[in-house]
Design a protein around this ligand. Structure first.
Ligand code: HEM
Length: 209
């Protein structure tokens, strides 16, 4: 029998259109460039944490003495990512990575922001090493990886947040859904009335039900 985490991982992966999801061709391309990608490790890890520590809301999540431990974690993640395999265990680990971040108060925008940083950094470094055309190809694969991992980490965040709410309040999922629906309807209503109804975008919004 599959564990709940493996089931959640599969459920999230199945929601991604195959054209945006990390697939076999991507894995083959990353594998082909693995030696070069592994050489990026030290600079990538340094730049990643320089960026985190340079921005107050991200720095606030980190303990003052944990940079070196976090760098080691990211090195291990990079090595495992670049060398593969991209199997069930890898994707389920990304769901767990999401949970570890929830525990530490790392929010989804912080994760997405750092994925953005990672992709830009890789684009520059790959263009300088393998040339623009190959860099674009490899970047395409990393974009698929970014979408796939972000889907896993952010949805796992939401699912587990809801699970804890359900357990602690005793509310059934259907009741929570109805409460959320009702709150959203109220928010939409309030926004529609407070915004200037003559603006085109508001006109469009008021058609949302
Ligand atoms: C591209 C985005 C990110 C990736 C790929 C990433 C990767 C990881 C990984 C692989 C772990 C270890 C999970 C495990 O125990 O197996 C981890 C832990 C952690 N990360 Fe991140 N991370 C990202 C963004 C961030 C950001 C933005 C912050 C803070 C602002 C952050 C802070 C932490 C902290 C505090 C831990 C907990 C370590 C522990 O207690 O074991 N990470 N991260």
């Amino acid at each position: 029998m599959k564990s709940p985490l493996v089931e959640l991982t599969e459920m999230i992966l199945n929601q991604l259109p195959p054209s945006s999801r990390f697939g076999e061709e991507d894995a083959a391309l990353v594998h082909y460039h693995r030696t070069l990608l592994l050489e990026f490790e030290s600079d990538l890890v340094q730049g990643f944490y320089d960026t985190i520590y340079a921005h107050a809301p991200l720095r606030a999540v980190m303990q003052s003495d944990e940079r070196s431990a976090r760098e080691t974690t990211l090195r291990q993640w990079w090595q495992r990512t670049v060398t593969g395999p991209f199997d069930e265990r890898y994707w389920t680990w990304q769901v767990l990575v999401g949970l570890v971040h929830v525990k530490h108060g790392v929010k989804n925008p912080m994760m997405m922001g750092m994925w953005g940083w990672l992709l830009s950094w890789l684009r520059n470094r790959l263009t300088a090493t393998v040339g623009e055309s190959e860099a674009t190809r490899v970047l395409g694969s990393f974009e698929h990886l970014a979408v796939t991992v972000q889907a896993l980490t952010s949805e796992s965040y939401l699912e587990h947040y809801l699970k804890v709410l359900q357990r602690t309040t005793g509310f059934k999922p259907a009741l929570l859904d109805r409460l959320v629906q009702s709150e959203i309807n109220q928010l939409l209503e309030e926004t529609r009335t407070s915004w200037n109804e003559t603006e085109t975008v508001v006109g469009k919004l008021s058609t949302v039900s």
